[in-house]
Write a protein that binds this ligand. Structure first.
Ligand code: ME8
Length: 540
């Protein structure tokens, strides 16, 4: 049993190695997934896979957010109950999309599951009992699309004086309800201490600065219940109210990790190492969530990382503006590996970035079809042709061969450093730079010309070049496995590495940089192109 699979085994001690625990937001089941939601999941998946490739135990969670007014409205618009609507979308859309993008999540939580709802009620009852909840009246603006109480000062002016939500640019509702409030304002100082003592708690720096200055202005208490509809978890001490959807949803990160149900799993996972979120939901995660945990005496997560917005046509993609693209639309043309590669490579993680079909096609063609794909095909076919598919023993190495081995060691170090600060694009770029160096090496060494020299020296030089290139590709398969699991697996098999070194998943990142792991004699074969050239009528 793998170390991760054993995390749920009751026979396992709670004292084993703590897993690297990473989460995505749980997505609203209002509509099918978009490439915006999939962006966070792909990024989290790369990080999860990278840590597994470091041979660390990993726990990777995603799921769906199913309560609240927004889901209730979507269900009503479709003429079904919210429960039916959530079931339908989860089964036909939200779970299947994980297969489409090759997400390797260990768990999927739905906020309507009893393992969640029961723990949420206990959690809030305890905070209520401790005196951090009181009854009051909420009067003010509310954005249903954000499911967020807004401050009048942050709204945009709309036509006819109707204030608009600054994120959705849609009219806000004016609420006036008797609600329960969580005394969030009491936690401002402790939150500021947390940001001070754990400078990487909120990342990147721009997100951290925003959160710190927001909390420094002082916090208002938070309305935590709604009484004008009933699609939610009933407030444990007053069933005329349901809990506000966000304070139910945030708890998924703990309830799914065994909080209150599976102490072993919780001990092995909590605190979460990274909550990945879009910057639209940063404050919920970096302010409200740690304050909730402080109130309950539970450790806060280690980091909240807010990435930027994916834009289409220069604007944040939005379902309302019909600019939302389903991941399958892109995967059907380019495949899941190229999909993942593009979003991780082309957008600086933490900044806004644009998707366009033209750019996607250009990156695919230059870096995957003509880059890695062509290199793999050249090297494997030359080993097949000149050495009958058996990796030759290299002769004496020269400066060009040594330079490549040195560059590999630097690539691994650079990728590791980039991953530690979640600069995902830098990690991918480091590996892509190495692929470029290997391609350049093969082009300069011209093995097809050396092959014409039948002398023993000529054969030995050809063997050295092809060994060097194949050994470089062995490392690329390991280093790209977190980004392009399918192509990496195919490459691993074609190099004969699986027979010699065991499964790709068991290769550690650190060892990937050690030169000479692939032994002469490996059975190399050329397969189908890793990245077929695009059909002329592909979207461009
Ligand atoms: O906010 N660019 O769910 P949600 C980048 N249920 N990321 C995007 C994006 C875009 N254009 N569009 C969506 C919710 N995302 C809550 C979360 S967590 C306890 C509850 C991603 O369905 C990004 O991660 O509106 C964003 O934060 C999330 O989807 C919002 O998903």
């Amino acid at each position: 049993m793998s170390e991760t699979a054993s995390l749920r085994d009751p026979a396992e001690p709670a004292t084993g190695r703590k897993a690297f625990y990473i989460t995505t937001p749980i997505y609203y089941v209002t509509a099918p997934p978009s490439i915006g939601n999939a962006y966070t999941t792909v990024a989290a998946d790369m990080i999860a896979r990278w840590h597994r490739q470091r041979q660390q135990p990993v726990w990777f969670l995603t799921g769906t957010d199913e309560h609240g007014q927004k889901v209730l409205t979507a269900a009503a618009d479709n003429g079904v109950s919210p429960r039916e609507w959530a079931d339908r979308l989860v089964e036909t859309e939200w779970k299947p999309v994980l297969g489409v993008i090759d997400a390797s999540n260990d768990d999927f939580i739905r906020t309507t599951e009893p393992r969640h709802t029961e723990r949420v009620r206990e959690f809030w009852q305890a905070i209520y009992d401790a005196g951090d909840v009181y009854e009051g009246t909420y009067e003010g603006p509310y954005c249903i699309a954000c499911e967020e109480f807004k401050l009048p000062a942050e709204l945009l002016p709309g036509a006819g004086g109707v204030p608009l939500c600054p994120i959705h640019e849609r009219p806000v509702e004016q609420l006036s309800e008797v609600n329960y409030f969580f005394a969030l304002s009491r936690y401002a100082d402790r939150l500021l201490e947390l940001y001070e003592s754990h400078p990487t708690f909120v990342q990147p720096e721009s997100a951290r600065n925003e959160v710190v200055s927001f909390v420094r202005q002082g916090l208002q208490d938070l309305s935590i219940s709604r009484s004008s509809f009933d699609w939610g978890i009933p407030v444990p001490w007053d069933d005329k109210h349901v809990l506000y959807v966000w304070i139910d949803a945030l708890l998924n990160y703990a309830t799914a990790a065994g909080f209150g149900t599976d102490p072993r799993l919780f001990a092995r996972t909590w605190p979460a190492d990274v909550h990945l979120v879009g910057k639209d939901i940063l404050r919920f995660h970096a302010v409200i969530w740690p304050a909730m945990l402080m109130a309950a005496g539970v450790d806060p997560p280690r980091q909240v990382f807010a990435h930027g917005w994916l834009q289409v046509g220069g604007q944040k993609m939005s379902k309302a503006k019909a600019t939302a693209i389903h991941p399958s639309e892109i995967v059907d043309t380019f495949g899941s590996d190229a999909y993942r590669y593009y979003f991780l490579r082309a957008i600086a993680f933490g900044s806004d970035g644009s998707f366009s079909w033209e750019h996607m096609s250009a990156v695919y063609t230059s870096e995957l079809a003509n880059g890695l794909g062509n290199l793999a095909s050249r090297v494997t076919s030359m080993v097949a042709r000149y050495f009958s598919g058996s990796l030759p023993e290299p002769g004496d190495v020269g400066p060009a061969d040594e330079a490549l081995a040195g560059s590999l060691a630097e690539t691994v170090a650079a990728a590791e450093r980039a991953m530690d600060r979640l600069a995902l694009q830098d990690a991918v770029a480091a590996v892509e730079g190495f692929v470029g160096a290997v391609n350049g090496y093969v082009t300069e060494q011209e093995p097809w010309k050396v092959a014409k020299d039948d002398s023993p020296q000529g054969r030995l030089r050809l063997a050295t070049i092809l060994y060097t290139a194949a050994e470089s590709l062995r490392a690329v398969a390991v280093l790209h496995a977190a980004v392009m699991p399918r192509a990496s697996q195919a490459l691993w098999e074609r190099l004969g590495a699986a027979d010699q070194l065991g499964p790709l998943s068991e290769q550690s990142v650190a060892e990937a940089g050690t030169w000479g792991r692939l032994a002469p004699g490996a059975a190399v074969r050329k397969g189908d192109p890793l990245f077929p050239r695009l059909e002329p009528d592909a979207p461009a």
